[in-house]
Design a protein around this ligand. Structure first.
Ligand SMILES: [Ca+2]
Ligand SMILES: [Ca+2]
Length: 421
């Protein structure tokens, strides 16, 4: 038997003259594509001959981080290693730092550091990675762990920081500090101490698929116009996510067991969508939005005080708020100011279901059940009819349905009605 696949194919089906000419006259890549597309193409032998299947790698084109290539300094920002030129750098082993230095200092733009799966730990060290030249930008760090530094894990308050697959644990300052336009994905920060926030970013940053847990400060801290998506924040001593800047978007995030609030959108005009806030603290609010905020399609359950709080000019729509108020007088939804639209929410099992504490709001299509007070609305608000279907109180009595039709039990045809049930 002939093991040469070309001979086998040739025996099975002679190549047409034009294809032979192509194979002879063009490169192997194009010829391979032709063969793949041909009806006559066949797989290679199942047991290819022994021998090298890949070329030996050439010299590493990147720069190893070591005392020869990247010596540190002992100035006011002492470091074990210091990167002063643009380029691509990588670790070749773990770094365990036990003196009063930072592990890696960066002073040049356009630097990539591949931690290469290694860890940087710093008992007695200052920062894991620190940028000491505020004029630079574009730093990428990926693929490794940083832990136990006194002052912070990654301190890079410069534009365009990119972090991927980096874990920061048990640092004494901010776990990760980034400037504007940062992109942080698939990272986690936990157990940072001394009131430290896990991940702190400047404006216009994106954080996705990250975890902040058990930090002594906040989980995430956002400046203006950031996006946070698919993240979790839990067991942090302050807010899970604190958006102190305007106009951030927070979607598909889960906040659990943070001490103060799950999300506090302190800046105006933030959008919070499809998030979950549960069991946030003894002084806890699930989700709080400042002026002009939108909270939609969220779940706020078992938070210490309120489920969702809005201030002025907000929209609170299609949320589910239940069982809030275990640590005090808690509302499912509480509007502190005016010009809010409260629509389509379901509030149950709270001290107050929907609490409107200022004039000038509109409240339509909401439902409340099993709250100590279902509706608590001060004068001079606009609301759809509030229909009490708890007949006889407190459980509605309606016929069972089995089949394809039934009469309405809503008690109204007003599409904007609110219901107690
Ligand atoms: Ca220095
Ligand atoms: Ca209560």
């Amino acid at each position: 038997m002939n093991a040469d696949p070309h001979s086998e194919r040739s025996a099975a089906e002679p190549l047409p003259a034009d294809r032979r000419a192509l194979l002879a006259g063009i490169g192997g890549l194009a010829a391979g594509a032709l063969l793949v597309g041909s009806k006559a193409a066949q797989a290679g032998p199942l047991n290819p001959p022994a021998g090298p299947v890949a070329s030996t790698p050439g010299p590493e084109p990147r720069i190893a981080i070591n005392a020869a290539n990247t010596p540190g300094d002992n100035d006011a920002t002492p470091s074990l290693f210091k990167i002063t030129q643009p380029g691509s750098y990588y670790l070749t082993s773990n770094i365990a730092l036990v003196n009063g230095r930072s592990a890696i200092e960066v002073t040049a733009s356009a630097v990539t550091i591949d931690l290469n799966g290694f860890s940087i730990s710093g008992i007695g060290g200052l920062f894991g990675i620190i940028v000491t030249n505020a004029a630079i930008d574009r730093l990428t760090i990926r693929n490794g762990s940083i832990s136990t530094f006194l002052n912070g894990g990654i301190d890079a308050n410069i534009p365009h920081l990119v972090l991927e697959h980096v874990n920061v644990k048990a640092c004494g300052g901010l776990g990760i500090r980034a400037g504007s336009f940062a992109r942080i994905t698939h990272c986690s920060v936990n157990d940072c101490t001394s009131n430290a926030t896990g991940i702190n970013v400047g404006s216009h940053s994106i954080i996705e698929h990250c975890i902040a847990s058990d930090n002594a400060g906040r989980g995430f801290n956002l400046n203006d116009a950031c996006v946070v998506a698919h993240c979790t924040a839990s067991f942090n001593s302050q807010e899970g996510i604190y958006a102190f800047g305007r106009g951030s978007t927070i979607t598909h995030c889960t906040m659990n067991n943070n001490v103060t609030r799950g999300i506090w959108a302190f800046g105006a005009g933030c959008r919070i969508e499809s998030c979950s806030a549960t069991l946030n603290g003894t002084v806890g609010i699930g989700i709080a939005a400042a002026d002009g905020g939108t909270v939609s399609n969220c779940t706020a359950s078992e938070n210490g005080i309120d489920g969702i709080v809005c201030n002025r000019n907000g929209t609170v729509r299609d949320n589910n708020c239940s069982l809030n108020g275990a640590a005090g007088e808690g509302a499912g939804i509480r509007a502190l100011g005016s010009d809010n639209r409260i629509e389509g929410n379901n509030c149950s099992g709270c001290d107050r279901g929907i609490a409107i504490e200022a004039a000038g709001n509109i409240i339509v299509r909401n439902t409340c059940s099993g709250n100590t007070i279902n509706w608590d609305i001060v004068a001079n608000n606009i609301y759809g009819p509030i229909i009490d279907r708890r007949i006889p109180t407190p459980i509605p009595s309606t016929a069972a349905v089995s089949g394809s039709s039934a009469a309405s039990t809503l008690g109204t045809t007003d599409a904007n009605a609110n219901f107690s049930y």
